[in-house]
Design a protein around this ligand. Sequence first.
Ligand code: XMP
Length: 520
Amino acid sequence: MAHELVIVLDFGGQYNQLIARRVRECNVYCEVKPYTTPLEELKALHPIGIIFTGGPGSVYEDDSPHYDPAIFQLGVPVLGICYGCQLIAHTLGGLVTPAQDDSAREYGKTETFYDISCKLFKGMPESGISWMSHGDYMAKVPEGFQLVAHSNNCPNVAIADEERGFYGVQFHPEVTHTQWGKEMLRNFLYEVCHCSGDWKMDSFIESTVAELRERIGDKKVILGLSGGVDSSVAAGLLSRAVGKQLTCVFVDHGLMRKDEGDFVEQTFTTMFDMNFIRVNCGEHFLSKLKGVTDPEQKRKIIGVEFYKVFWDEIRNQAEDGFFAQGTIYPDRIESGKGKTNGKASTSVIKTHHNMTAMPEDIQFLGTIEPLADLFKDEVRAVGEKLGIPHELVWRQPFPGPGLGVRIIGEITAEKIKVLQEADWVLRDEMAKNGYEKNLSQFFCVLPGVNSVGVMGDHRTYDNLVVIRAVTTDDFMTADWARIPYDILADVSNRITNEVDHVNRVVYDITSKPPATVEWE
Ligand code: XMP
């Protein structure tokens, strides 16, 4: 089914997918296209609006990205953001120069005054905070355009040619720091482009399933299922699209939480149409990890072995099939693939092993990433619609190396058992108290420390268990969660009573930084 389409033309800015996501939040379907896309191709898509993104260049430089000026002859409204705004000015006869002094160069939160008779600012207050990030200045506004917003430092913050439906803003309406940003985008979509809002998550599922069917045809698809939100939702979508042509491979390294492997298996074998392969290799991992205590070495071994087992399992199935992954948009950003101009950080804090290159001897027909443009909460919304159990859709993040990074020192079967039981009690108590929703992540850690205790009349010398719980928006920084004492008391009581070989429970009250969320 065809939907009204808005095109986000990508000039290399860092927030481009965020713009797309905001447009989707307004129930309008949108696609991000590189600025190198020929005009004829754009035209053939019949967009009802076009958004030029920001970008790192300066429009007056010859090697900066430009676009065919004929785009302004299509009769389609255009909104330019930051670089995109300057590009409109530059292309249509205005003048953009480097800001001569600090007065016109703006970064960060800036009080901005809007002309609310302009359609873009309809229904908004006359002023608000906007997020600026530009060093260039529109010295001359192109003919036919009005100035429709200013700040204390800069007279030329937004321009509009209402007759032709061209708008430009120097700030970023897509970021949450811009107070009325969402309203501005909504105004562009509904007041200027006259969108009807015909797109919802159901439509995403419908169109993605149709695309998957078309691309996969009668071939096979292999998906690595971890039991995390992303791979589970990708599995749900693929199952809906091609049923038994899909094979999900679930490598159980024995470092999952209590009963988690069984739950994943049960969910996907009973609720979804697919082939499901569970590779139980806990013993193998334990033997590889025997005697290893260094955190980075443990991570490496788990990562390397995980993929070795996985590749071995799928090697024979690659021919004549596709390889599917639950990659989501933030993964692409973190691995540098979502950025046009970004550079990956070179300092390794901890090695994450989510994105690992496929061995050269394995040749699939292609890679399928049905969630590649979605943000986490959008993925969850799709998961809910597909009927994936709440427990999986709202599962808190769980590291690839699993409990391996929560057992300090050597990993043994006994330690895994103690940690699984303690962690299960913590999760059970949080669920009973309905406290999970206040936490971004919570779990137990086994630091490999024994301490003296007393049980009955006996001296004990047994394990210490740590409770770790954090709140955070992005996991780059995190605060330790202020779980009420009463709940902590119950958790401690139950762990020491119900879990063998634990005689002491402590609570980690360190934020990130200086600590990290995980202990290894
Ligand atoms: P840290 O410990 O780095 O954790 O503050 C931040 C977030 O990342 C998760 N994490 C991992 N996730 N593979 C993953 O998929 C890993 O190797 C890994 N290490 C940490 C951690 O659980 C937290 O959510």
